[in-house]
Design a protein around this ligand. Structure first.
Ligand SMILES: NC(=O)c1ccc[n+]([C@@H]2O[C@H](COP(=O)([O-])OP(=O)(O)OC[C@H]3O[C@@H](n4cnc5c(N)ncnc54)[C@H](OP(=O)(O)O)[C@@H]3O)[C@@H](O)[C@H]2O)c1
Length: 347
């Protein structure tokens, strides 16, 4: 199979397309013909070796895929065969084939494109769980930082769907216009917001960015306000970032970090099924910045690192861009995208 490997830790140019033996489905696993693989900042950090415990060079990145089950391992119900699914994996997603735990699979609704499933996938799950952690309620004022990123576009939509009044922070006027179309009530300039020019008064701050300004954002919370940090697109917060909140003790602020790793697989699958159903019924939009060929993984990483991406970058193996492969059921391939994915109008 064709796969992307990280040849050495470092820049995006270290990603290379190689031929590898396809993995096999072990006990409790399935083998998936990958139709779409999501590209996220986690992949970038792993490629750089910036996450403690990162793999040694030579690994295949990619933690979320959608595709068709083509083999089942020992102990796996054969009814999974030929079903189109989404799953998170611990790596190996940037490839034509990936082995995955059968217990982690989430079936795709019949009309859902694989590229849309990965555009929702991890990002919508994180967004859903940070909203739950923050107990967002109708009428509350919610600030979404990094609102045009993969997690941010989902958090913006889900918070608006809860009836919250959403302020979306971005560095781009054009992306701000698109966020208004996704349900934001107000767009805030990212630099002005970080510089403290935004008035205080948020009930909730949903934050995939963190970085040196984390403390000033905590200071923008109202009495009983809640802030959930789920990522560090802007870097880690300084060690004393909580001191202001401590001094404002009488405001009873709540601060939390959130990682999807803390959520049980069954709970993730249940939440994702609801997310897919919402997307299938048109209530939630998968937002795809660009669909690239699998062999363009290094360009995808370079683009993500350069900033300016709106929503998700998705990789598609060549079998799903041109001619169907003989070992993938034709009926399943018929529904596969040739570069689909709903796009919002660019203002
Ligand atoms: N908690 C979890 O389980 C989990 C799961 C997956 C990913 N993550 C993490 O979540 C974070 C965000 O991921 P993502 O996929 O949403 O990233 P992304 O698509 O790159 O989006 C981040 C957005 O934040 C804005 N931004 C970037 N640098 C910034 C800065 N210094 N200050 C303010 N805004 C900045 C940019 O938007 P503008 O240019 O428009 O402002 C950018 O689009 C990453 O750290 C990722 O590792 C966490």
């Amino acid at each position: 199979m064709k796969a992307i490997v990280v040849q050495s830790l470092g820049g995006p140019q270290n990603l290379a397309l190689v031929d590898l033996p396809a993995p096999s489905a072990g006990a409790g696993q399935v083998l998936i013909a990958v139709e779409a693989a999501g590209v996220g900042l986690v992949d970038v950090l792993l490629r750089q070796g910036a996450i403690p415990g990162s793999s040694a060079p030579g690994f295949v990145p990619g933690i979320e895929v959608a595709g068709t089950v083509i083999t089942v391992g020992e102990g796996v119900d054969r009814s999974w065969l030929e079903r189109r699914v989404f799953t998170m994996v611990t790596g190996g997603g940037y490839a034509e084939r990936v082995a995955a735990e059968a217990s982690h699979l989430v079936p795709l609704p019949p009309t859902m494109k694989a590229v849309d499933a990965v555009a929702l996938g991890v990002n919508a799950l994180v967004a859903e769980f940070i909203l739950r952690r923050a107990r967002v309620k109708a009428g509350e004022r919610v600030l979404v930082r990094g609102a045009s990123g993969g997690i941010g576009v989902m958090a913006t939509q889900l918070a608006a769907r809860c009836g919250a009044v959403v302020a979306a922070a971005t560095s781009s006027v054009a992306r701000g216009q698109r966020l208004l179309q996704l349900g934001a009530s107000q767009v805030l300039d990212r630099a002005a917001t970080s510089a403290g020019e935004t008035p205080e008064g948020f009930d909730v701050i949903l934050d995939p960015v963190a970085g040196p300004d984390t403390a000033s954002f905590l200071g923008k919370l109202k009495q009983n306000g809640r802030m959930v940090v789920c990522g560090a697109a802007g870097g880690f917060p300084p060690p004393d970032f909580g001191m202001g909140a401590l001094r404002a003790f009488k405001k009873s602020l709540t601060f939390a970090f959130f990682s999807l790793d803390s959520i049980a697989t069954t709970e993730r699958a249940a939440a994702l099924k609801e997310i897919f159903d919402s997307a299938a019924s048109g209530e939630l939009k998968p937002v795809i910045d660009e669909i690239l060929a699998l062999e363009s993984a290094s360009a995808a990483h370079a683009k993500l690192e350069a900033g300016g991406v709106f929503g998700k970058l998705v990789l598609v193996p060549s079998a799903f861009r041109r001619t169907p492969r003989p070992d993938v059921p034709a009926a399943k391939l018929a529904g596969a995208p040739a570069g689909g994915g709903e796009r919002l109008p660019v203002s």
